[in-house]
Design a protein around this ligand. Sequence first.
Ligand code: SF4
Length: 414
Amino acid sequence: MSANLKSYIQKSMGFKKEVKPLLHETYSSSLIDWMKEHAFRLNVEPLTFYLAEEFGFCYGVDRAVELAYESRKMFADKKIFLTSEIIHNPRVNAVLREKGIEFLSLNNEKLVEDNFKQIQSDDVVIIPAFGTTTQELDKLRDIGCTLVDTTCGSVMNVWKRVSRYGKDGFTAVVHGKYDHEETRATCSRVTQYTHGQYLVVRDLEQARYVCRFILGEINKETLLSYFSKEALSPNFDPDRDLKKIGCANQTTMLSSDSIEIADRIQEAMVKRYGRENIDQHFRHFDTICSATQERQDAVRKLIEQKMDLYLVIGGFNSSNTGHLVEMASEYGPAFHIQDPSDVISKDEIRHKLPYVKDIHITRDWLPKGRVKIGVTAGASSPNRVIEEVMKRVIEAAELRMPPFVSTALSEGKS
Ligand code: SF4
């Protein structure tokens, strides 16, 4: 990896001590710390906030943000670029931009050639937690710049699996979003092998099409016309490439869906090739990361406690946040919001609808009387934003923080 690069950095640059206070000052929350010490609850009559037991920044995001801050310290006089958003959180990205870090690609757009042309060998380029494609890495290697690679270990685990599929002649069927940075990077690990092929399936419905093809119920033209071109490797031929399948998934998908997709495809392959031959035709590794799994499990616990509504905080383009909203929305009103300004008033809330990209304003979102509000946040949401959202709800409802909480917070006690 490091050949030609000026320097390839994956670990702390020795500035942890300096950046910790900065990170704490920008992203931590004494209210969240207090809630953790008090059964994850905050009672502001007649509202009770129930915080999920796992939420917010994951280990991969913690590390990526810390390395970005360290890079700024280490390379104070150099130009620093990020290949895309470091994580899907507008607040965190805005802070990095304020620190003079430039973004080469935004909103999932493919990197454009021109953006790379501005990088010089003296510059520093940060790879975000989702990683980047092998093609982009090759370009950076050619430039010979300094690379700070914050790719999460759980993402690399997916790459390891799909690389193995590519090497062994198994087509990687990836449960994910073909335009998500992580999945684009994953697919590029497959096509680095001459015969490596991939197919990205977004949901159970798309997986059903794959199964129907395997079972001979639809022909390849129907299958190819159903999937977007970007979801398939170039020259993908279903007749040739769906005889041996290895399933994997984007780390942030809904784990129950990923498991069901793999099960359905396995079932179709068993029907087609026989149970005795299945090992030659099907492989599967669950590559949901533990942080995603824990956040989804914690939402299930909130659901068991029967909330009146759910506030799910995270970037509108955050995949893992979107899945938390989808889960909660099956059991009650679930509002995906980015920050406190989305709580317009006690009568109106701006939020992204589950399953689609539409932003919507819902009226009368906060019921009268006693209300149990389930609160969680995606893996890229800082605690500070969660605190601000709860404070905003309290303010919008014309309530006040209980004095004993305010006192504890002002005294810095939890
Ligand atoms: S969500 Fe999972 S894979 Fe993504 S950065 Fe966090 S720990 Fe890593």
